[in-house]
Design a protein around this ligand. Structure first.
Ligand code: FMN
Length: 200
């Protein structure tokens, strides 16, 4: 076969494979919403951890992290309050297999990019290798930081209850992340949160 035609066919296969990957969905197991440590002990144990082991985060734990952040807990409402119940927060997760948007209604991750953005956000080296980083975005300049703060606090408490480590991270190039995620101009990165099992 003519070399040029062969390269064109190969390129179009590669392109369609990339597009197909970007539409992938990962269904999560139902979160276990019973149990955990008593509240006062959990509050006492909440703390920032920046030293993570290589251990992966299993999908059950991942589902519970995301549910703590932004899950649906009463009627159609969330584990965090939002101003006028606008529910205008988004929670993305970036990990080795790309970057995903959490869809709480269907309890699944929807791939928005095949790119792992951990290195892009790694002004602190541990972010490159910690298994997951959450990215909180919003469209409401006044209230989005409060919504993101509620969500990261819920996650921080879940982590404390489970013995997971986490660190809230504002030290990043937000514009670079917005560009990589191709966010519309009104949707801004508020804050991120890196999570993993602490080094023993
Ligand atoms: C809005 C916000 C942004 C933060 N940004 C960073 C960050 O970029 N890098 C980091 O290592 N820690 C960051 N932290 C974690 C704080 O340094 C940490 O919460 C503080 O030292 C108190 O420690 P503690 O969480 O163990 O109580 C941030 C915390 C908050 C609330």
């Amino acid at each position: 076969m003519n070399k040029k035609i062969f390269s064109l066919i190969a390129l179009s296969f590669m392109f369609s494979a990339t597009l197909a990957n970007a539409n992938e969905v990962q269904t999560l197991p139902a979160p276990n919403i019973k149990g955990g440590q008593p509240l006062m002990e959990t509050l006492t144990n909440r703390k920032t951890i920046r030293d993570f082991s290589d251990q992966a985060i299993d999908n059950q734990t991942l589902s519970e992290i995301l549910w703590s952040a932004w899950g649906i807990s009463h009627g159609e409402k969330r584990t965090i309050p939002t101003s006028q119940n606008k529910q205008n927060l988004k929670v993305y997760i970036t990990k080795a297999d790309g970057t995903w948007l959490y869809n709480a209604q269907d309890n699944r991750l929807e791939q928005v990019s095949t790119q792992d953005l951990r290195a892009l956000m790694a002004k602190q080296d541990f972010v490159k290798t910690a298994p997951i980083t959450l990215i909180f975005t919003g469209t409401d300049a006044k209230n989005s930081p409060m919504h993101a703060g509620s969500a990261y606090q819920n996650v921080g408490l879940y982590c404390a209850s489970q013995g997971l480590g986490n660190v809230v991270r504002g030290y990043l190039d937000r514009e670079a992340v917005e560009k990589a995620l191709k966010l519309p101009s009104e949707e801004k990165v508020i804050i991120t949160q890196t999570i993993g099992w602490p080094k023993k």
